[in-house]
Design a protein around this ligand. Structure first.
Ligand SMILES: Nc1ncnc2c1ncn2[C@@H]1O[C@H](COP(=O)(O)OP(=O)(O)OP(=O)(O)O)[C@@H](O)[C@H]1O
Length: 405
């Protein structure tokens, strides 16, 4: 493009064009240039808008990036508010530290409050109350209402649970006299709804022990030190309630085989499991506390937890066979008004893949079918319709969980 007027390529012949022709040619050129200018301005506006969009995206990504790079937060408990600052105690390592806080934050803080702190131990936010967390994740029952008679088809398993959990609680001296250590922990494994929780509850009931249940998934927390702290709490609560049976359901959530990825989440889960193992290793001081864990995913477990002194007694709890199913039908219809012609043996054959939990559901549903039909007596056909419904419901749940997987 030309820089000066002298260089401009004129739209007419300087020597031949008349004044009129020159003016007209220049006007036409001006018009073209104006429309080109307009076009360029539009493009510039578009480009600016686009630029803005990219700028925003860049900001968002930079923010995300920063968040990802940020180190995780730690959990601590406020010990004391002093003139020099706030004394906090970190969970996990139990170290105390003095940290400064803003005046506004100081007003919201009190001793025993749980707070999240960053790497430099500055308080980032306050957390919900610890007792709330404990209550949410721990189920403590003084005497669960399940007895051995409520469990069907698990004779062998029941026998083994009694030997490994009941005997050491009731007759610890026998182990001393014989000179062997009782098994440390019992691991129940098998498909969902087969009676693992029931077995643990029944043994607690029969030994007058407090039943303390915690789900492994509840131990997986986003704050460093939180899972390990809850494990310590779990054993503290058990010590306060001796004799006690600790039941850790879904143990696979904290004791799965190590994956390749080394994210901080994995490390936290690992720490929680280590805490559990170290509590179990302190067996001598554990007194009248027995530990039972359960999983549906035995294949996923880290073998480290199965070593001697840890969960060293494995008990498989399978789906019931026909005989077991018949017993479970009888257990769950004990209080029900069942017609004389109902054949539990036949029903047990019909519901081949049913678990104990399925059979309980079938019995309740069969009752519902009778009510819908305005009857107070439950017939064979009600049980059959109920089995169809239970199967259809579980297919539906499976479809839903597949959709959301
Ligand atoms: N063997 C059984 N005898 C009688 N009832 C059973 C049996 N198994 C399961 N049930 C019924 O199913 C319900 C659920 O069983 P339970 O919670 O013990 O199963 P689970 O094996 O712990 O399942 P999950 O692995 O899903 O936690 C029980 O409350 C009980 O009503």
């Amino acid at each position: 493009m030309s820089d000066t007027v002298d260089d401009v390529d004129l739209p007419y012949d300087e020597d031949e064009a008349s004044q009129q022709e020159k003016i007209q040619a220049l006007e036409e050129r001006l018009e073209v240039l104006e429309s080109q200018n307009e076009e360029m301005r539009d493009k510039l506006l578009d480009a600016n808008a686009e630029n803005n969009k990219y700028q925003q995206k860049l900001e968002r990504l930079t923010h995300e990036n920063k968040k990802l790079k940020q180190s995780p937060l730690f959990v601590a408990t406020v010990q004391e508010l002093t003139d020099e600052g706030v004394i906090i105690k970190q969970h996990g390592n139990n170290q105390e530290a003095l940290t400064e806080v803003t005046e506004e934050m100081r007003e919201d803080l009190g001793p025993d409050d749980r707070v999240a702190v960053n790497n430099s131990l500055s308080i980032v936010k306050t957390l919900s109350n610890e007792t709330d967390v404990r209550a949410r994740v721990m189920e403590v029952t003084e005497s669960p209402e399940v007895s051995y008679e409520d469990i069907g088809g698990l004779e062998e398993q029941m026998q083994e649970v009694r030997e490994t959990v009941e005997m050491p609680l009731e007759k610890p001296e026998m182990f001393d006299d014989v000179g062997i250590d009782p098994p440390s922990g019992v691991l129940l494994y098998g498909p969902p709804g087969t009676g693992k929780t029931m077995l643990a509850k029944a043994v607690a009931n029969e030994t007058n022990a407090t039943f303390i249940k915690m789900a492994g998934s509840e131990l997986v927390h986003k704050f460093i030190g939180e899972g390990a702290k809850l494990v310590r709490d779990l054993f503290d609560v058990a010590r306060e309630h001796e004799p006690a049976v600790i039941f850790i359901d879904e143990i696979d959530a904290i004791a799965a085989k190590r994956t390749e990825s080394k994210t901080s989440g994995d490390a936290e889960v690992q720490r929680t499991m280590m805490q559990l193992l170290s509590e179990m290793d302190g067996f001598e001081e554990r007194g009248e506390i027995r530990i039972i864990a359960a999983t549906n995913r035995f294949d996923m477990l880290d073998r480290a937890i199965l070593r001697p002194g840890r969960f060293d007694r494995l008990i498989e709890v399978p789906k019931p066979d026909a005989e077991g199913r018949e017993i479970i039908f009888k257990i769950h219809t004990r209080g029900m008004n069942v017609a004389d012609d109902v054949e539990f043996g036949e029903l047990a054959e019909d519901v081949e893949e049913a678990s104990g939990a399925d059979i309980k559901a079938i019995c309740t549903e069969a009752g519902m079918f009778a009510i819908r039909d305005d009857r107070t007596e439950i017939r064979m056909e009600d049980f059959h319709s109920a089995w169809d419904k239970v199967q259809a419901d579980s297919d539906e749940t499976e479809d839903v969980s597949k959709t959301f997987a």
